[in-house]
Ligand binder design. Structure first.
Ligand SMILES: [Mg+2]
Length: 265
């Protein structure tokens, strides 16, 4: 019997069509889905969208928290080096997100007990300023979501620290056998596939009727969620990824910069 512990979303779209539909002669980009965001908006428009957002979606690993959850889990299970190497290869874009996740988890094979112990012994470290920013967004009645390629059991712990309802968490779900042994992950979740974050945002817009949704994150999968996100803000407070920085209309290295922007109105 399987026990489901965490979740995630995915989507695919024809990026070739999108590229052809937009005049992009002056742009060279690895992420065609981001072209609409970069051609149709300016820095000022991005800031304006952030100030007036209905919802703000945060990536988790290296954005809301300082570390990469899967690397911490691997380290904790004694296979840190092997998994870190795989993560680097995966970021090179040679394998699909789902394949990379499957491969890494097949090495980690964490039990439910190990995951619980990781959270207790090495709880995820919040990035400075995130608590203040999320509190301020909540005060302004802006909905806050966490959309992560990491694991729900860990991300829910982060959500609790930030007073974000667990219903607003979209992440991958680890599966365990009844005795607590590792049994894989739920491959049907949108976040289990490349493009999954965008699919979650499309779903949120439809479900809640949001008009302005902002995605904030450090990675390529965050950048490619715009569109459907109305705007993207690159975050380099923990790690700077040059390709993301280069393609972000608004790139910040601290959450204080975003908090300051909210005081403008
Ligand atoms: Mg990240």
């Amino acid at each position: 019997m399987l026990h489901f512990d965490s979740l995630r979303l995915s989507y695919s779209k024809d990026l070739t069509k999108l590229t052809n539909a937009v005049p992009v002669a002056s742009f060279t980009t690895l992420y065609p889905a981001n072209i609409l965001c970069t051609t149709m908006a300016t820095l000022e428009q991005t800031k304006e969208t952030f100030r007036r957002a209905d919802a703000v979606c945060f990536d988790v690993d290296s954005t809301v928290i300082r570390e990469e959850g899967i690397d911490e889990l691997a380290k904790f299970c004694g296979v840190g080096d092997a998994v870190r190497e795989m993560t680097c290869n995966a970021m090179g874009g040679s394998v699909t997100f789902k394949k990379a996740l499957t491969d890494r988890l097949s090495i980690i094979k964490c039990s439910r007990e190990q995951v619980n112990k990781l959270i207790t012994d090495h709880p995820p470290q919040l990035t400075p300023g995130i608590k203040e920013l999320v509190d301020r967004l909540h005060e302004r009645n802006v909905k806050v979501f966490l959309i992560s390629g990491g694991f729900r059991c860990i991300v829910e712990h982060v959500a609790s620290q930030l007073s974000i309802p667990h219903d607003n968490v979209y992440a991958n779900r680890l599966k365990f056998y009844f005795n607590g042994e590792f049994a894989g992950f739920d491959e049907t979740q949108p976040t289990a596939e490349s493009g999954g974050k965008g699919r979650v945002i499309s779903m949120l817009k439809e479900k809640y009727g949001f008009e302005k949704v902002v995605m904030i994150g450090d990675g390529a999968t965050d950048l490619e969620a715009c569109p459907p996100a109305s705007a993207f803000i690159g975050f380099g407070g923990n790690v700077v990824r040059p390709q993301v920085k280069e393609r972000s209309l608004w790139y910040v290295t601290s959450f204080g910069e975003l908090l300051k922007e909210l005081e403008m109105i």
